[in-house]
Design a protein around this ligand. Structure first.
Ligand code: ADP
Ligand code: MG
Length: 225
């Protein structure tokens, strides 16, 4: 059973003239198969929190532990491997490489450690089928719709069986119907694979589908009621 334990995270940015406190005392736990949505005004620190949870940015104070491992205590090399092995990201603007096909894009997380094994290629093709893009495996991102590109991004995030999937406004650029179909995938596929999902969203429908509905306000993460 995987578990994410976040304890008293704070984040501030300092400039010569002032220190801006963005996050303060953010704590929560999430376990295997659970999902959480985070809403909040623009500039409230949602992306900052997601970057910290994804170990892409360091907190000013506090700790995160994923299955007992405290990633910020690892060396830079070990941290990069930890992130690649355990965390999948879905961004608002999909971050696909335009010159790579759908299947190559899904395999991208595996390319960091050389050429992908035949099992991983098989896994990539299974995920592409799961998100309904079987017929598109050899197309380029430029030949796909926005919703289809976001499906590729979800498949890619799942490639290495991550323990944690982080999605930052994954439906931010999509129309309502397309958003709903991405939400269907986001709330079923990671769970079926036992992954934890944290999704930052402005989409009320998407937020309402999550098990733990949270809001960032005044630097704190609180439950929506
Ligand atoms: P959200 O995703 O909720 O819109 P962000 O996490 O992107 O908000 O930003 C939260 C606040 O932190 C904003 O006021 C932003 O200007 C500030 N911020 C983000 N990154 C930096 C940085 N590198 N240096 C200084 N301030 C930053
Ligand atoms: Mg943001």
């Amino acid at each position: 059973m995987s578990e994410l334990v976040v304890t008293d995270i704070a984040k501030s940015y300092s400039s010569p003239s002032e220190t801006l406190l963005i996050l303060d005392g953010v704590s929560f736990k999430l376990t295997h198969g659970e999902d959480m949505s985070i809403v909040g005004a623009s500039g409230s620190g949602k992306s900052t929190l997601l970057y910290i949870l994804g170990t892409l940015d360091h907190p000013t104070a506090g700790e995160i532990r994923l299955d007992q491992v405290a990633p910020f205590q690892l060396s830079a090399t070990a941290l990069a491997k930890f992130r690649n092995d355990n965390i999948g990201f879905v961004f608002q603007d999909h971050h696909l490489l335009p010159q790579l096909t759908v299947v190559e894009n899904v395999l991208l997380p595996a390319l960091a450690s050389g050429s992908p094994s035949s099992q991983l290629v098989e896994r990539a093709n299974e995920l592409i089928a799961e998100v309904g893009l079987e017929a598109r495996a050899n197309h380029l991102p430029g030949q796909l719709s926005g919703g289809e590109r976001q499906r590729v991004a979800v498949a890619r995030a799942l490639l290495k069986h991550p323990k944690l999937i982080l999605a930052d406004e994954p439906t931010g650029n999509l129309d309502t119907a397309t958003s709903d179909s991405i939400a269907d995938i986001l709330f079923s596929l990671p769970k079926r694979e036992g992954a934890m999902l944290i999704v930052v969203t402005h989409n009320q429908g998407l937020a309402e589908r999550s098990m733990h509905r949270m809001q960032l306000a005044n630097r704190k993460l609180v439950e929506v009621r």
